[in-house]
Design a protein around this ligand. Structure first.
Ligand code: SF4
Length: 350
């Protein structure tokens, strides 16, 4: 395609309320100077929406227990070789305070989808964080009953992450033998109705996934107008049924990230830890292709090494606070800076 035609294509996806799937697929298929133009347009839109500040979200992986069996995930219940843990309230609060001391204003409490998790206990944790700091609290603990979501929201939780991973129903079924895509969609609807800032996201490079599937994921993100969207590569974990598959390719991840930015505009989008955990760290490339968030890990040792969703995860041995100066350096390497604001959604008033 000549570059002026490609520019028209970028314009159509950027301004269209309901872009055509064939246009999205064409962007996902870009290479060479087309790919450069795709990344440049995504970067321009990121700057127009958020400026040059990179938001930090402190992640605390408070429990590795999981009752599900997602085919790609090292925490799946059938994977018996990993150590399971759940941090105590005091440990979670200590990690949160450590992040706050670094100037970070969002903590993401993440765990496997644990059927034995007591909603009241997590509500108490959220209340304790909110009463002792001005931090925004994001929860990422999977599909739960409406009453639990409502309880946590009343306790003060601000945001909720529930990635769809893939919107292809057949692929979803294949990867999630004990889950149902309609139920997941329903959870997303409930979370939005309860007033959470809601995040979703996808995995790029799943075995059997096509460009059309990835394009449908992007149209889904646009339709649901998510506040946050996380996009990362598939990384094969040897302890899972997909252990012998190849990892997702970084170029494909960057094209999905950039096309999503162009289509959805002002959702917060991280340069995910998974992007940093391929054969080399590609988070700078993600920040230059539309991402505006980094997620320093504040899970304390020895738990951090046990939270092995995928292998070769970055920053497994660093002490918690070490990530922040590292991220300052990353930001300045590309002429940007760290934004220590709360970084609430641009889509809703809080
Ligand atoms: S992706 Fe989430 S729900 Fe699925 S096995 Fe891993 S931790 Fe559990």
């Amino acid at each position: 395609m000549c570059m002026s035609k490609f520019g028209t294509l970028l314009d159509r996806v950027a301004v269209g309320d309901a872009p055509d799937i064939s246009d999205i697929v064409a962007l996902l298929d870009a290479s060479g100077e087309e790919a450069d133009a795709l990344f440049a347009r995504a970067d321009e839109i990121r700057r127009a929406c958020f400026g040059d500040g990179i938001l930090l979200r402190a992640i605390v992986e408070f429990s590795s227990r999981c009752s599900r069996d997602c085919a790609y995930c090292g925490l799946r219940k059938a994977h018996r070789q990993i150590k399971r843990y759940r941090m105590s309230t005091a440990e979670i609060l200590a990690s949160t305070l450590e992040a706050a001391a670094c100037g970070i204003k969002t903590v993401v409490l993440q765990s496997g989808e644990d059927d034995t998790l007591d909603p009241s206990w997590l509500a108490d944790v959220v209340r304790a964080i909110k009463s002792g700091s001005d931090m925004a609290v994001t929860l990422s603990v999977g599909e739960k009953p409406q009453e639990a979501y409502a309880l946590w929201r009343r306790a003060g939780a601000d945001r909720y992450l529930l990635k769809i991973e893939t919107t292809n129903p057949a692929l979803y079924r294949q990867l999630h033998p004990d889950m149902d895509i309609d139920r997941r969609m329903e959870c997303l609807r409930v979370l939005r109705d309860l007033g959470y800032q809601v995040g979703s996201g996808s995995i790029v490079g799943l075995p059997g996934q096509t460009l059309e599937d990835l394009a449908q994921d992007i149209l889904f993100f646009k339709r649901y107008d998510f506040d946050m969207i996380g996009i990362g590569p598939f990384i094969a974990h040897p302890g899972t049924p997909l252990g012998s598959e190849g990892d997702g390719e970084i170029d494909a991840v960057l094209r999905v990230l950039a096309t999503t930015r162009i289509a959805v505009k002002n959702a917060h989008m991280p340069a995910t830890t998974a992007v940093g955990s391929l054969e080399e760290d590609h988070r700078l490339a993600a920040l230059k292709a539309g991402a505006n968030v980094l997620m320093p890990n504040f899970t304390p040792q020895p738990y951090r090494q046990a939270y092995e969703i995928y292998p070769h995860k970055r920053c497994l041995t660093e002490v918690s606070g070490a990530c922040v100066p590292c991220m300052e350096t990353m930001a300045s390497a590309i002429g940007r800076c760290v934004n220590y604001g709360r970084g609430d959604s641009l889509k809703i008033k809080v």
